[in-house]
Design a protein around this ligand. Structure first.
Ligand SMILES: Nc1ncnc2c1ncn2[C@@H]1O[C@H](COP(=O)(O)OP(=O)(O)OP(=O)(O)O)[C@@H](O)[C@H]1O
Ligand SMILES: Cc1ncc(COP(=O)(O)O)c(N)n1
Length: 270
């Protein structure tokens, strides 16, 4: 059985965070495990409270998994503070984590800050050098590199700057671009664009979490990195096109296995 671990925040409404990650792992046929960094009181309208877990229980959760179970890939999402970021990075190094996907979650769609401003430096310093893939959206890329990112030229400049911070691969997500949903993949040598038509929907809660978990699921299945990203792009496109209204605000994406096998995202044999 292939396994993947998510280290992220809990979203009580089930659309983003740990919950989206585990649903994605399951739909892609990978056994999911979780380390919770923070608990958010959250629904489709926004985040009403955040409680960080203490560093000891976070480190102990990571140790409990790695000391016992082979971890095929790990996705890192909401980290909230610089201290949590340092502890997670240190634990991943200590346990020799492989196939590390870092989604540099900073602000929820609803506007709440999920990573303190002063923690961005720790993310760059401690996590980027041990990451295989880093997946910023346009806003996150801009905060990381310190210049505006809003078109293909600036996405390429940002990808080069982020690659220089240590990860093996960078995916700058263009979900917030005008027009097509166009993501940039960069391996340090060449740029490749993964493009899909924009789906007109407001139900996109958790798209970033879902995309990065799908990449981790692909790596856990030992796909080459570009193939894992391409499968994740197909997965998120199907997930958004079947996003649905739930609650009064921004509804979630869709994670039911049948849909993905019908759409050819996962083969029956996987
Ligand atoms: N309306 C859309 N139609 C098609 N694809 C989309 C749409 N919105 C986002 N995507 C795709 O979803 C993936 C996630 O991108 P996005 O830029 O939304 O991430 P994000 O901002 O980190 O997500 P989140 O806001 O959940 O944190 C990317 O592959 C992006 O191209
Ligand atoms: C716990 C947690 N992690 C990540 C996100 C980002 O997802 P989105 O930007 O879609 O709200 C979130 N809202 N909550």
């Amino acid at each position: 059985m292939k396994t993947a671990l998510t280290i992220a925040g809990s979203d009580s409404s089930g659309g983003a965070g740990i919950q989206a990650d585990l649903k994605t792992f399951s739909a892609l046929g990978v056994f999911g495990m979780s380390v919770i960094t923070a608990i958010t009181a959250q629904n489709t309208c926004g985040v009403t409270n955040i409680r960080e877990l203490d560093e000891e229980i976070i480190a102990d959760q990571i140790a409990a998994v790695y000391d016992d179970i082979p971890v095929g890939a790990v996705k890192v999402g909401m980290l909230s503070s610089a201290e949590i970021t340092r502890v997670v990075a240190g634990a991943l190094v200590k346990h020799g984590a492989a196939n590390v996907v870092v989604d540099p979650v900073m602000v929820a769609k609803s506007g709440s800050r999920l990573l303190k401003v002063e923690a961005v430096e720790a993310l760059i310093q401690f996590l980027f050098p041990i990451a295989d893939v880093v997946t910023p959206n346009l806003h996150e890329a801009a905060e990381i590199v310190g210049f505006p990112v809003g078109n293909r030229a600036s996405m390429e400049r940002a990808a080069i700057a982020i690659k220089a911070m240590g990860p093996k691969y960078v995916v700058v997500k263009g979900g917030h671009l005008p027009g097509a949903a166009c993501d940039l993949f960069y391996d340090g040598k060449e740029f490749a664009y993964l493009t899909n038509e924009r789906i007109e929907t407001k139900h996109t809660h958790g798209t970033g979490c879902t995309f990065s978990s799908a990449i981790a699921a692909g790596l856990a299945k030992r796909m080459p990195v570009f193939e894992a990203v391409a499968v994740a792009k197909r997965y998120i496109t199907v997930a958004i096109s079947h996003g649905f209204s739930l609650g009064k605000g921004v509804g979630p994406t869709h994670h039911f296995y049948e849909l993905y096998s019908q759409a050819g995202v996962v083969g029956d044999g996987e």
